[in-house]
Design a protein around this ligand. Structure first.
Ligand SMILES: [Zn+2]
Ligand SMILES: [Zn+2]
Length: 380
């Protein structure tokens, strides 16, 4: 294996510190690229080329967040033998005025050379499917079928886009390379071929079924399983069920975004449920067994003698399951003592009698905190 010369630190090469932001790196590169542009240094062309390569390599790495992270962690060793391989073209998009377009780094660094351009392989798009489910469905989970319209490979032309019986022909403008190259001084500039949009092939007789696109819209029925305990905005990812890739690329993913309808009396916070149960004054004062609705049916709850309004009771494990772990949350029951609004004459007489024997309450009460805070205070 060939050994490389001791490489300089990329930050040092660009004259920026290690915390430099993207804008600062870009600025430093622009300044140095202008300074060492070989066309501007006809008298010391060789040194300029070397310096230009060095700063371009440093920029290619530091402008790419992934490569920069690898470099920060492991230094030059983190990038392999060709730090500028698979570079992101778009990082040079702001330098068109310097280079007249994207230039070919492979040529600049003398790599590979004359590799034939393949038709651009692209991953299919992701699809989003919004779905509304009831509170009970979210609690129990469900398996259901959904219909997803998506573009799939055209069966008539098997995805080629050419009328069956004919085939796509090599693009004349780029000789099937998909790119056009221009020599501009020191650089070879490569542009995507405008005649074939980089595909390298041209369809002369387009397939009627897909108008030459190679893909047709199809409605697919998919069975999806929604785990119990999901909440609104839960995103289910169904791998590979998005749109078909282009030129043999992998398909995208399908994301099912859930919207859970509200429940008439349950409120939820993560896996815990909250509900308010009214009781009358006598039940609260004397204690009572009350019936509480849960997701699994009615449940008995004993409230003790002297229960105050806004007292909270916990039914352990009667909440929702966590969709990932399956652990169940709790159900918190908020007791509301209801003051009777309509009384018969007899009831009024009884209450008056009771009232005379009760002490008068006239001290200001403490401020009421929210039910959620109260639960945190009491049950931690
Ligand atoms: Zn077709
Ligand atoms: Zn072409």
């Amino acid at each position: 294996m060939a050994t490389t010369n001791q490489k300089r630190d990329y930050y040092q090469v660009l004259g920026v510190n290690r915390q430099a932001g993207a804008e600062e790196i870009k600025k430093a590169y622009r300044r140095l690229a202008l300074q060492w542009h070989p066309d501007r240094n006809p008298s010391n062309k060789h040194e300029a080329e070397e310096r230009f390569k060095e700063i371009t390599e440093a920029y290619t790495v530091l402008a790419d967040p992934q490569k920069r992270t690898a470099y920060d962690r492991y230094g030059h060793a983190g990038l392999g033998a060709q730090p500028f391989a698979d570079f992101d073209e778009t990082i040079f998009a702001d330098f068109e005025d310097l280079f007249g377009g994207f230039f070919n780094l492979e040529d600049l660094f003398g790599l590979g050379g004359g590799r034939r351009h393949r038709a651009r392989v692209r991953r299919g798009s992701d699809l989003r499917y919004d779905m509304e489910i009831s509170f009970e469905e979210a609690a129990r989970g469900l398996t259901t079928k959904i219909k997803v319209p998506r573009r799939e490979s055209c069966p008539s032309c098997r995805g080629s886009g050419a009328r069956p019986g004919t085939g796509p022909t090599s693009c004349g403008a780029c000789q099937g390379r998909g790119q056009l190259r221009y020599q501009q001084g020191f650089f070879t500039i490569t542009r995507t071929c405008p005649s074939c949009q980089g595909a390298g092939q041209i369809v002369r007789e387009p397939c009627k079924a897909c108008q030459g696109d190679g893909r047709v819209e199809r409605e697919r029925t998919l069975e999806i399983r929604i785990p119990p305990g999901v909440d609104s905005q839960t995103r289910l990812r169904i791998t590979g069920e998005g749109e078909q890739g282009i030129n043999g690329g992998p398909p995208g993913d399908l994301y099912v975004i859930l919207e859970v309808r509200e429940h008439p009396f349950f409120e939820r916070r993560n896996s815990d449920l909250y509900c308010t149960i009214p009781v009358n004054f006598a039940q609260a004062a004397l204690g009572a067994d009350i019936s509480v609705p849960t997701l699994a049916g009615e449940e008995n709850l004993h409230i003790p003698e002297g229960t105050q309004t806004s007292s909270i009771f916990r039914l352990k494990g009667k909440g929702l399951p966590d969709p990932n772990s399956g652990t169940k949350g709790d159900l918190y029951v908020n007791i509301r003592v209801v003051t009777p609004a309509k009384l018969t004459r007899e009831q009024k007489r009884l209450l008056q009698e009771l009232g005379q024997s009760l002490p008068e309450e006239c001290r200001p009460a403490q401020r009421n905190s929210s039910i959620f805070e109260k639960v945190k205070d009491i049950f931690g």
